[in-house]
Design a protein. Structure first.
Length: 137
């Protein structure tokens, strides 16, 4: 494996989007619009966040890639090419049920330790951090 691991978040996004679509639900993304690289219509951003309908009926050319989410959509009748880096996605949920997944901002890849390298000096291996994922009902 190379030195750069692919993050889990894009895989989880694709899986949740597929699950919601297969069940006839409307997937919505929660996006931190203050993150670098986010291209969304600024007039629809509230408190630094924007919620986007990413159903196939609402967008054209949806791409859920490892680096980002992109598509074309209309906002107040005006076409707009949206791009959201994966790191800016804070969650995905189904409009009809509210079920989905919330993501925390990703750790800096330089801070992630190789699991086979053992603990860094001063680390207590008995103290485990909880998951950064939260269940949304």
């Amino acid at each position: 494996m190379g030195t750069e691991a692919i993050l889990q978040q894009p895989y989880l996004l694709r899986a949740m989007h597929e699950w919601m679509t297969d069940n006839g639900h409307t997937p919505y993304l929660i996006v931190d619009a203050t993150e670098a690289g986010v291209q969304v219509p600024a007039e629809h951003v509230r408190d630094g966040k924007i919620t986007l309908n990413v159903s196939y009926a609402a967008v054209r050319g949806l791409e859920l890639g490892n680096d980002g989410v992109s598509f074309e959509a209309r906002f107040a009748g005006q076409p707009f090419r949206v791009y959201v880096p994966v790191a800016a996605v804070r969650g995905i949920y189904a409009r009809e049920t509210g079920r989905g997944m919330i993501f925390s901002p990703e750790e800096n890849p330089d801070d992630v330790q190789d699991p086979g390298a053992g603990p860094a000096s001063g680390d207590d291996t008995s103290a485990r951090r909880g998951s950064h994922l939260k269940v949304v009902k």
